[in-house]
Design a protein around this ligand. Structure first.
Ligand SMILES: Cc1ncc(COP(=O)(O)O)c(C=O)c1O
Length: 401
């Protein structure tokens, strides 16, 4: 046995990865799998952003940069927060990291002491509890209810806060359920936080551009300016600009928190890749950025409505209508206890495995998000694939007995 640190065993193995590895292996073996597992846009990064990175390379921007990032990117991010979110961050209140994931991880590392509790509404993005544990904190899940569209109520939040609560994590629009809070709903939660001065907020706004049905996106600290000094706002280029592989994330927050994160980052990764930084700034400042984001948003909206309708038409399946991001999160528990070609379906994992093996459709079981009754389907794929996959799911459900 190689002598590993205890912290490795404290982190859960990802069920999601196991299912997607199986789907990949089947595809490689020539099986026509319809993939609804993707957590990334199926669009390419816009050409003008790629060109900015190429130009930076040609100009020789291949050396170390300051830890938070180049001043021009810091400025562009601060301006974006001011212009689009009404958040008055100054450049020194901004830092960047290798994607939204790394930004969140650094922030947990910067604020949590052993035993500090972090409130995480479910269903949640898989990495929050694991990152909290890695940073020595204790994840406390507040269970969302389907009848409330998975949205946390102010009463639930108030009841969950204890003396040990250090951070409240809010993710709107959400991965995996696609629910998104209206500014009024967000304000009602912010009012609760305002009454508990020892709680700080991590607002994960990485899907902010992907909202549907006319929903108005609002930043958490925007709806309650008195919480501006208690909030870290997370965003990234991954989903908005179809740049998942570039690993560009950013944080706005109080200067002491940003300085602490930079201190950690300076000893870890130093900074994000140099020649992606001018491209990241271009994405935020060039008007073509907003145009391409809007084109992608419209497509996701159409696909989301279609997938949700098709899921809702399936017998005994319920699904909260997604108002953002690119996921549907249907409840398939009515089929638990049934058999599928020799396999017994008992939870979302066995449901997903049987669906993959027998109907060749890859979905993500909700277990890693705190729900073993639901599965996640991404609509970051074409309408044809959505129809083909939903036809197959319909046939699969008919055969269950
Ligand atoms: C809610 C949420 N936060 C953060 C991330 C991480 O984003 P990135 O790919 O930029 O690391 C993801 C990625 O799927 C996500 O869904």
């Amino acid at each position: 046995m190689f002598p590993l640190a205890d912290r490795v065993s404290q982190v859960a193995d990802s069920i999601t990865l196991a299912v997607s590895a199986k789907a990949k292996a089947m595809k490689k073996a020539g099986v026509d799998v319809v993939g609804f597992g993707a957590g990334e846009p199926d669009f390419d990064t816009p050409a003008f952003i790629k060109d900015a990175a190429k130009a930076a390379l040609d100009k020789g921007q291949t050396k170390y940069t300051p830890t938070p990032c180049l001043p021009e990117l810091r400025q562009a991010i601060a301006e974006k927060f001011n212009r689009e979110n009404g958040l008055p961050y100054k450049p020194e209140q901004i830092t960047t990291g290798a994607g939204g994931k790394h930004c969140l991880y650094m922030a947990f590392m910067a604020v949590l002491n052993p035993g500090d509790e972090v409130l995480i509404p479910s269903p949640y993005w898989v990495s929050y509890p694991e990152q909290v544990k890695l940073a020595g904190g204790v994840p406390r899940v507040i269970r969302g209810e389907e009848k409330n569209g998975f949205k946390l109520t102010p009463q639930q939040l108030d009841a969950a806060i204890t003396r040990k609560t250090k951070v409240f994590v809010i993710n709107s629009p959400s991965n995996p359920a696609g629910h998104a809070y209206t500014p009024e709903e967000l304000k009602a939660l912010a009012d609760v936080i305002a009454r508990h001065p020892h709680v700080i907020v991590f607002s994960d706004e990485i899907y902010e551009k992907l909202v549907f049905d006319g929903l108005r996106f609002a930043s958490f600290a925007q709806v309650k300016p008195e919480l501006f000094d208690r909030t870290l706002t997370f965003n990234c280029h991954s989903k908005s600009f179809a740049m998942t592989g570039w690993r560009i994330g950013y944080i706005g927050g109080p200067k002491p928190a940003i300085d602490a994160i930079n201190k950690l980052q300076s000893q870890m990764t130093s900074h994000i890749t140099s020649f992606t930084q001018p491209a990241a700034a271009t994405a935020l400042t060039d008007p073509r950025g907003a145009e391409t984001v809007e084109q992608m948003r419209r497509q996701f909206e159409q696909r989301g409505r279609h997938m949700w309708q098709r899921l809702s038409d399936l017998p005994k399946v319920t699904c909260v209508r997604p108002q953002g991001a690119f996921y549907c999160f249907p409840n398939v528990s009515a089929y638990f206890g049934k058999g599928a070609g020799g396999a017994k379906i008992t939870d979302a994992i066995t449901f997903s495995s049987a669906l993959l093996e027998q109907a060749h459709v890859a979905v993500v079981p909700g277990n890693d998000s705190g729900f073993d009754t639901h599965v996640r389907l991404s609509f970051a794929t074409s309408m044809e694939q959505i129809d083909k996959g939903l036809d197959r799911i319909g046939e699969f459900l008919k055969k269950l007995a």
